[in-house]
Design a protein around this ligand. Structure first.
Ligand code: UD1
Length: 362
């Protein structure tokens, strides 16, 4: 069976890598990697291909950045041209980025069955572009691979047929386990004269956090407070950089010695910064999960999470604008003698990719 695997933006690359890493064991499946080009900078895309040993894409749509409608439309036009000339028998989309929904729409209209990896997650917040992408993609998918039980419940509540829903675990955690030894061998924090478990690893890129000036100002104040408790390593996403460059608070972060700003980092560097941190402070979905899998405390700077298992069975605390909770949790983490022990979330065992390809080959 000929299968297109779609990847477009940074968090997609580690997810599809889990499928390509084991593809040799499934000679009945031919996996073709299609890159939409939603992310295109060397350190947002190419570096992930190198770190993760991903194959060269068979096709690159080269869409780049623009408004949601323009980006989604450009991906649809490019992908439709590709599938008409080179039709696959199935399309696998991952996660919830614009590339995911755009290619799912094209496949659905071409009558090609869709498998959605990371199906069923819901924040119940329609102001999040990803939530719209998740709902539309799931409604078009005939196979829905879920990472946690809440996702299965969401899909069945929405009336999706149970026969298409499979709780398989998380391909991103497969990749984490595969790459952990390599990440343990590097020490990116040492570039700032820091030691393992003595800094916070911060990332911030959600439009709801960084696009609104007042919200970003509040976050910067909290980051400045955090940097008085422990050093902070902060790789800055291009969206966030554009906003910080225009604000005096951005300059204040830059001029604070305990805050170490960096360009966006590779997968291995990010994994190393996570597993060596004292805590992760983030608005990323992936980091909530990776820190939970590694047993590193995570403080999530959002109002909702579509990944509730990271709170119930992982290490995540949802801050939801409660800055006294944030300060209390930072205080507890910096004073407690934390034992970092690997998480035990059901099915997050490094075999999600095998479960998915087993189902696809049957
Ligand atoms: C996208 C995803 C988000 C994911 C995030 C991870 C959607 C709706 N959002 O958000 O779910 O968590 O990726 O990073 O799909 N830019 C560059 N270089 C690049 C890519 C982007 O400079 O290689 C800049 C551009 O100015 C662009 C901005 O970053 O306008 C935002 O990029 P975009 O892909 O639109 O959304 P993200 O915020 O990255």
């Amino acid at each position: 069976m000929l299968i297109d695997i779609i990847a477009g933006a940074r968090p997609n690359f580690m997810k599809v890598a889990a499928l390509f890493a084991i593809a040799d064991q499934y000679p009945q499946l031919t996996l073709r990697l299609v890159h939409t080009g939603q992310h295109y900078d060397a350190n947002m895309s190419d570096i992930f291909f190198r770190d993760l040993n991903l194959p060269e894409p068979v096709h690159h749509l080269g869409v780049g950045s623009s408004s949601h409608a323009q980006q989604t439309a450009a991906i649809m036009i490019g992908y439709e041209t590709w599938v008409k000339a080179n039709p696959p028998q199935m399309v696998v989309v991952v996660g919830d980025v614009n590339s995911t929904v755009a290619c799912a729409l094209v496949a659905a209209k071409e009558g090609i069955p869709i498998a959605h990896v990371e199906a069923g997650l819901r924040s119940f917040d329609l102001t999040m572009p990803e939530e719209i992408n998740r709902i539309v993609t799931d409604s078009l998918s005939s196979l829905m691979f879920a990472t946690e039980a809440s996702a299965v419940a969401n899909l069945s509540r929405e009336g999706r047929p149970l026969s298409g829903i499979h709780l398989v675990g998380h391909v991103m955690i497969d990749t984490l386990f595969r790459m952990k030894l390599k990440a343990e061998a590097i020490t990116p924090y040492a570039d700032f004269n820091l030691q393992s478990h003595q800094y916070a690893y911060l990332t911030l890129h959600r439009p709801s956090n960084v696009d609104d000036e007042a919200t970003l100002a509040t976050l910067c104040e909290q980051i400045l407070w955090l940097s008085k408790q422990l050093p902070v390593i902060f790789p800055v996403h291009p969206r966030t950089k554009a906003r910080l460059d225009n604000s005096s608070l951005g300059k204040q972060l830059q001029n604070t010695q305990a805050i170490h700003l960096m360009e966006p980092v590779s997968y291995l560097t990010s994994l190393s910064l996570t597993l060596n941190s004292m805590m992760v402070v983030t608005d990323s979905g992936g980091l909530q999960e990776e820190s939970s899998a590694l047993g590193i405390p995570c403080l999530t700077l959002r109002d909702t999470t579509e990944r509730p298992i990271t709170i119930a069975e992982g290490t995540n605390t949802l801050i939801a604008g409660d800055w006294s909770l944030f300060r209390r949790r930072v205080g507890e983490i910096t004073t407690d003698n934390i034992q970092y022990s690997q998480g035990k979330i059901p099915y997050w065992d490094g075999r999600a990719g095998v479960r998915i390809l087993d189902i696809l080959s049957n």
